[in-house]
Design a protein around this ligand. Structure first.
Ligand SMILES: [Fe+2]
Ligand SMILES: [Fe+2]
Length: 302
């Protein structure tokens, strides 16, 4: 069972004022998160990939392929979450929320820029940004396509059609901030960064990924704040539970490398149990802060 201290060390929840009462955790709201964005700004084009090029050339082919699958999921993922975010910006409910959401969209564009530079300079893929995205798409699995080209696009479209639709906004944040960012992206980032640092390879990529991870924690903090506000309404809280019950099996599928046994696979040298428990424990901690217990989630999934 994670401690409350571990929960704060995730970096996307605020100060705990009373350890015996989870609902008293003070979350950062959009205004504070916007100010944090100003302090944490960085430049993807300033990252030096000289050593990464040498490291990549020295890796064996099997490892390169395994890394390519992981990296492609992030490259395409960052492109998708940039272009499919506009509906949420339109759905702002205060000036501070509008300010924060615009920063999140530009963050996602910066993350895609980082991967585009890496694919061009380190993997040596010539052509245009679009050519590199098309090439990276060959590595994706069907669950990824269903989530990022299907559910995410549909959810964004519902918000664009009616930005005042609060149910559509809740659905979007559950998918985007809780599942895609909080469960999948932060897990992949943690394991990949740990792997590269342990092996002492790809320093430019690691530098960028750590900065991306800091941005993602800020994004997930917004999602946690927003959903906790809306979960005060029991009908919306129930809606969140139902969406999560639908999306969690799909998220498990996104983590499976192409062609691998979904019940028994490894990502780099980490077991399925390690990556799954990291992903879903992190989700469980955030849901607790929002006011959703795992028992009601299990009941909805049954
Ligand atoms: Fe991102
Ligand atoms: Fe993000």
């Amino acid at each position: 069972m994670p401690t409350l201290l571990e929960l704060t060390s995730q970096g996307d929840v605020g100060t705990i004022t009373d350890e015996s009462k989870l609902p008293t955790i003070e979350l950062m709201g959009p205004e504070q998160l916007y100010q944090l964005w100003e302090r944490q700004n960085w430049q993807s084009h300033a990252i030096d990939f000289t050593q990464d090029k040498l490291d990549w050339a020295g890796l064996d082919e099997e490892l390169r392929q395994s890394l390519a699958w992981n990296l492609s999921s992030f490259f395409i993922g960052e492109e998708r979450v940039t272009t499919q975010f506009s509906g949420l910006v339109m759905a702002y409910e205060s000036q501070s929320e509008e300010a924060f959401l615009t920063t999140q969209q530009v963050d996602e564009a910066r993350h895609a820029q980082h991967f585009n530079r890496f694919y061009e300079q380190v993997l040596g893929m010539d052509g245009t940004f679009e050519d590199r995205l098309a090439q990276a798409r060959n590595d994706l699995n069907p669950a990824f396509i269903e989530m990022f080209d299907g559910v995410l696009v549909d959810s964004g479209q519902r918000l664009i059609e009616n930005p005042r639709d609060i149910e559509a906004k809740v659905d979007f944040v559950v998918l985007y901030h809780m599942i895609i960012e909080g469960t999948l992206a932060l897990t992949g980032q943690w394991f990949l960064t740990e792997y590269m640092e342990r092996r002492g390879i790809l320093p430019g990529w690691v530098e960028g990924f750590k900065l991306i991870s800091k941005d993602e924690h800020r994004h997930v903090a917004y999602g946690t704040w927003f959903l906790r506000e809306k979960a005060r309404d029991s009908a919306l809280r129930q809606r969140m539970i139902e969406r999560l019950a639908e999306l969690i099996p799909m998220a498990s599928g996104v983590l499976v490398p192409p062609g691998a046994d979904p019940q028994n696979y490894e990502i780099l040298d980490y077991s399925m149990e390690e990556t799954n428990s990291f992903a879903f424990n992190a989700l469980g901690r955030r849901l607790k802060v929002i006011g959703i217990d795992m028992a009601s989630l299990a009941a909805a999934a049954a």
